[in-house]
Ligand binder design. Sequence first.
Ligand code: ADP
Ligand code: ASP
Ligand code: MG
Length: 465
Amino acid sequence: MSFLAKFSLLRFKGETVSNSNINVAKFGGTSVADYDAMVRCAEIVLSNPNTRLVAVSASSGVTNHLVSLANDTLSEAERQAHIDAVVAIQHNITEKLTLDADITDGFLATLEAFKAHALTSEFDARATDELLSFGERLSSYLFTQVLRSLGATSLRFDVRDVLATNSHFGKAEPNVERTSELAESALCPLLADNIIVTQGFIGANSQGETTTLGRGGSDYSAALLAEAIDAKAVYIWTDVVGIFSTDPRLCVKAAPIAKLSFDEAAEMATFGAKVLHPATILPASRSGISVFVGSSRAPEQGGTWIEKEKSEQAGIRAVTQRKNQILLTVKSPEMLLASGFLARVFTILAKYNISVDLVTTSEISVALTLDNAPNASRPELDQACLDELSEFCHVTVENNLTLVALIGSEIQLRHGELNLMGVLSDFNIRLICHGASKHNLCFLVEQTESDNVVQAIHSRLLEAC
Ligand code: ADP
Ligand code: ASP
Ligand code: MG
């Protein structure tokens, strides 16, 4: 962003608000699930005059219906049931609202486009992303109207006009520079007089085709938009009062963490704290934007602030888990004492755009973990990749594993009296990684055991202190 634009002044109700005081708010699926939830979120937006840009998710459940619709083998009746379910979620909201003419036109046209597209005969990656985009496109119309019904001057903005990505449908990567340029010309001028409501999760490639950033990607969108408009903070409003020491649904004694460093939060998100999309922290830490996570149901209860400062607290602060992991082991005895084995394996993985999480290696084999999330918009591992690896090594694939991660600062195997290896020795650990980052220690366990493992670790390492 240019120097001039960065320091341009915006007017707000007689006050002047500089771009660098602006906040971006993001509301997740449960926060915009229905009319009452949307009203709570609108009140949060209006309570802070610096909140000028809002990114919304699809209403809860909608994206799952859209993912189901992208399955070519659905029967006609099944297909219609998913379409009806999406329409019903919208109607439950619209029946409580009077839509302005501009919103009615856009909303109805989008709903009709959704119904027509949902009947597409074959969903390739491109058509799937177009389909998945409808959830956010619809909810953003309705949230704009809810804000207006509370007296705000609010405009819906199509994020595809600014959020530029590559063409990796299903998990597109943003073009940060292009996004900033487009935001400067098309979005920033609107922030002066309007609260802008836009979509999380979606973007467009250079041909203007719709792309998505991967499941849960609205958090990432909000951070990217904040970076593009040079905002001061991103507020991620969700259904929990911050980031907890572990998933509060799993451990009743999980406690919210008031402050996290960018590094710690990024590790937690990467290793399964679903509350934040793993990439959210990237733009925030790159551009020094603070991130807040709180509950749209209970904004008064505060939440977690994620900021640049290094946490003063050494030790373990949280435990996370990511289910549905694949362990891929590739072994090639011919590579003993030869060079280039790892390079060859990783070149193939890169070619198939596979993102690897943990890696352990020996001279002739490498074991790596990949995500196989259910409802992902793109499968992580395809057969063509396995075939190519099999040309020069023996490949085994194990499923139904969970990656458990201890997250914190300066994690060491011994913390005073605490011997981590002693605690871990009670579990049947398939693979362990420690040392590449001082912020985590990760291991794989059987999925059927992982809830128990997380609960036991939380109770022994995080509830005692
Ligand atoms: P949204 O729809 O608002 O994006 P998500 O469902 O993606 O919300 O994320 C919120 C959920 O993340 C919570 O309901 C909680 O169960 C889960 N979660 C997992 N790990 C954590 C954690 N460490 N702290 C808080 N929430 C967590
Ligand atoms: N609606 C998308 C999803 O459910 C993106 C998001 O909510 O962040 O994955
Ligand atoms: Mg989410």
